[in-house]
Design a protein around this ligand. Structure first.
Ligand code: ATP
Length: 236
């Protein structure tokens, strides 16, 4: 069963078209990798899916057509984006950031329980709960951005280059958390990454973008073994 089906998506900036009839799908409950060189259009694809920039084409999410819906409505329907560069509110504390992430959740009790759940998964956020987000390390800010997105109780989490600027050990820790969230909450996860190898190790399927369209797709195992991927991304 498909959680997300994208068909013939066109989007860009002004007169420049970046996506060229982009089509791909994400199975319910899967972790899927969206790979590609710098400038291939991965970030643009996530921005079009989240409703941040206008797009033409079909986006079927959990049986609902998203075209024309606002970004806020897409979050309410269960589609959450962790943007590249994290986008936490730097002047607000860790806990305030988490509360702000729960704007789609009405019950105070549910919000408090969710904050506890994510503190259990990200103990360092609990230790720093009263600290302004801007004073966190890069890795901690990335964890906060992910926890904040999870506060909206998404069916699907889209994460734009979560490993950017992080030490390898922190990246490993974060990818282990993706696996846990996927296994324990059943959250479908789409990860845009430069780190192809690490992402394909936790994904079941992957897509490789080139100039606005998918040029290669397959199971994670197939992509890890593919010579194109080996040469382009794994330094073989
Ligand atoms: P990276 O891995 O470097 O983040 P990407 O695959 O995510 O790359 P995009 O960020 O989607 O690629 O960029 C695709 C193209 O769109 C690039 O040529 C880029 O210069 C262009 N682009 C991105 N953002 C804008 C913008 N706000 N205005 C104009 N052009 C843009």
């Amino acid at each position: 069963m498909s959680m997300l089906t994208v068909e013939g998506l066109d989007a860009g900036y002004g007169a420049t078209n970046v996506l060229r009839k982009l089509s791909f799908s994400v199975q319910r409950g899967a972790i899927v990798a969206l790979l590609g060189a710098n400038g291939a259009g991965k970030t643009t694809a996530l921005r079009a899916l989240s409703g941040e920039i206008p797009a033409r084409g079909r986006i079927a999410f959990n049986g609902v057509e998203l075209a024309g819906l606002s970004a806020a409505r897409r979050v309410e329907l269960g589609l959450a984006l962790v943007p590249q560069g994290r986008g936490t509110f730097t002047d607000f504390t860790v806990e305030e950031n988490l509360e702000l992430g729960a704007y789609t959740v009405a019950s105070r009790g549910q919000i408090a329980a969710d904050i506890e759940r994510w503190y259990a998964l990200f103990p360092r956020l609990r230790e720093r709960r009263r600290q302004p987000a801007g004073t966190l390390s890069g890795g901690e800010q990335q964890m906060l951005a992910i926890a904040r997105a999870l506060m909206s109780r998404p069916r699907m989490l889209m994460c734009d280059e979560p490993s950017l600027g992080l030490a390898p050990a922190i990246t490993q820790e974060m990818f282990a958390i993706f696996e846990r969230v996927n296994a324990e909450q059943g959250t479908t996860i789409l990860i845009v990454e430069q780190n192809a190898e690490l992402t394909l190790r936790i994904a079941s399927r992957g897509y490789v973008m080139e100039v606005g369209e998918i040029m290669l797709e397959g199971s994670a195992a197939e992509l890890l073994a593919s010579s194109t991927i080996q040469n382009a991304y794994l330094g073989a």
